[in-house]
Write a protein that binds this ligand. Structure first.
Ligand code: GLU
Length: 526
């Protein structure tokens, strides 16, 4: 590896919301930059004005902020020495490079109208072939390689529209080294004369991308595998522009695949398969149809950004050990190209949930209460219940977190703590309620009333004592106690819940439960 400073860039085109594959590309760029004390740049590649989607750039910025992988240079993150970072604002810089290529015989003007191109496509199609503007077909088209000097001059003076195309050599081997894939060799006869500069005065992605990587002193191009077919063209551009010595190293990342491994994970798969494929929820016009589309995101689905990032990091890379849970710092330290996979990485929605669960279990009650309180308050309001104090909410969080995957699960897992039950799990009652039950609970209520502050230890002791007193095994009453208190046969830690509810509420719930159940029980038995 060369001695140059590591400078990497994430270069999305604002043609729609950023897909999780794009977030992973940004993440790997970030990790590589941090690991090597380098710079991480955000560049917006908006040369295709037809596919520009309003809001897409803001979406990228908000997403990478939420993920905590902030660039240290670029749009939305402060200008470095290489501003501007939006290609539309760099428009004036590109033309000279296209001109240089024309002058040196590596590019040419092409005056073909869209009708003429269409005709060429149809002709080939009728002959059972596919048209590509290349070393052979360009001989028959209307371009500066074929037309006389005079004709060219006339056209230019008349202001005829033209594009600038690269002149791909006829029969050469183009070799490029990819850090992940090794040597990639392509025959130039397989390549076409791509447009470098459009008639609207804008460069295409290929030219702008290479020029900017050069001007911004990019050392490594880390991007998705879908760009690998473009890389030989980029290599030629570096060569023709005289920049071969400073050409960045390439690393093309494996695709993210659908859970069944069949094909690339696309934006439609999320809704179809029921998991988000975008970091944030949004509504944005579709690049093609312009119709507004709603997309759902990980943030809104209740994922923690660190869990989301941890999950993404392991989609296409492994640390070489069994470790799965990583802080961002640990990821930075462990990251290397060496362990990036060549083949596609299957997305696993269940594993994504698993990561969130692991992170949720590690969060303390205060952090969880911060997130849960607004959700809880909504529910309390709609049930006409009073707000709870902070301590109470934190305890609920500690009680339910082991059973939850998302903070949004907390209400369903704990609503019975806030709402006194009116119905009781019938299965448990049928199985456990007997003649001694009523006596047991009446005695338990009496005994609990004697305690001034309920604590798990004294509740436990009181239950055991009452069992002895009534001559019943604790195994026979524990689940019933839970049903009387919560209405449910299973749930959070029983003694912890009783301590939280406090003596009066516990005794009230037990008394109410006994009345309701013994009434209905005697009905059933009569
Ligand atoms: N603008 C390209 C994209 O939308 C960037 C490809 C690259 O990183 O070179 O992904």
């Amino acid at each position: 590896m060369s001695e140059r400073k590591v400078r990497v860039r994430f270069a999305p085109s604002p043609t729609g919301p950023l897909h999780i594959g794009g977030v992973r590309t940004a993440l790997y760029n970030y990790l590589f930059a941090k690991k090597n004390g380098g710079d991480f740049i955000l560049r917006i590649e908006d040369t295709d004005q037809n596919r520009f989607v309003p809001g897409a750039e803001e979406y990228v910025i908000e997403s990478i902020k939420w993920c905590g992988i902030e660039p240290n240079e670029g749009i939305g993150f402060g200008d470095g020495a290489f501003a501007p970072y939006r290609q539309s604002e760099r428009k004036a810089m590109y033309r000279q490079y296209a001109d240089q290529l024309v002058k040196e015989g590596h590019a040419y003007y092409a005056f073909d109208t869209s009708e003429e191109l269409e005709e060429a496509v149809m002709k080939m199609k009728n002959a059972g072939e596919t048209f590509s503007y290349n070393a052979i077909t360009r001989q028959k088209m209307k371009n500066s390689l074929v037309l006389s000097e005079e004709e060219i001059k006339k056209k230019l003076e008349a202001g005829e529209r033209y594009v600038i195309r690269i002149k791909i050599p006829e029969n050469e081997e183009v070799r490029l080294h990819d850090i992940i894939r090794g040597w990639v060799v392509v025959q130039s006869s397989q390549m076409d004369d791509k447009v470098l500069f459009k008639s609207d005065g804008m460069p295409t992605y290929h030219l702008a991308n290479v020029v900017d990587d050069y001007l911004m002193k990019i050392s490594h191009v880390i991007r998705g595998e879908e760009w690998l077919p473009s890389a030989p063209l980029h290599v030629l551009l570096y060569e023709y522009l005289g920049w071969k010595e400073v050409m960045p190293e390439f690393a093309h990342l494996p695709l993210l695949l659908r859970p069944d491994g069949n094909g690339k994970l696309s934006k439609r798969d999320g809704d179809r398969l029921g998991f988000p494929v975008f970091p944030l929820s949004a509504e944005m016009p579709d690049a093609k149809t312009g119709k507004p589309e709603k997309i759902s995101g990980y943030r809104e689905a209740g994922y923690f950004p660190d869990a989301f990032i941890n999950m993404l990091a392991l989609l296409g890379w492994n640390p070489g050990t069994e470790q799965e849970i990583f802080t961002m710092n640990e990821l930075v330290n462990a990251f290397s190209f060496e362990h990036i996979h060549k083949s596609g990485a299957r997305f696993n929605p269940e594993k994504a949930k698993w990561f969130n669960q692991q992170y949720l279990h590690k969060k303390n009650a205060e952090e969880l209460a911060d997130i849960f309180t607004p959700i809880l308050n909504e529910h309390l309001k709609s049930n006409s219940l009073k707000k709870k104090n902070r301590k109470f909410i934190e305890t609920v969080c500690s009680l339910v977190k082991e059973k939850a995957t998302f903070v949004s699960d907390f209400w369903n897992l704990s609503s019975y703590i806030f709402i006194t039950p009116t119905e009781y799990d019938n299965e448990v009652i049928k199985k456990r309620w007997n003649d001694k039950s009523k006596v047991f609970f009446e005695s338990l209520i009496e005994n609990l009333k004697k305690i001034s502050g309920l604590q798990t230890a004294n509740i436990d002791q009181t239950i055991k004592q009452t069992c002895e007193q009534v001559g019943i095994k604790s195994g026979e009453v524990m689940q019933l106690t839970r049903v009387l208190i919560s209405g449910k046969g299973s749930g959070v830690d029983l003694l912890g819940m009783m301590e939280l509810l406090g003596r009066d509420e516990v005794c009230n719930r037990l008394a109410k439960g006994v009345t309701v159940i013994s009434n209905s029980f005697s009905k059933i038995n009569n």
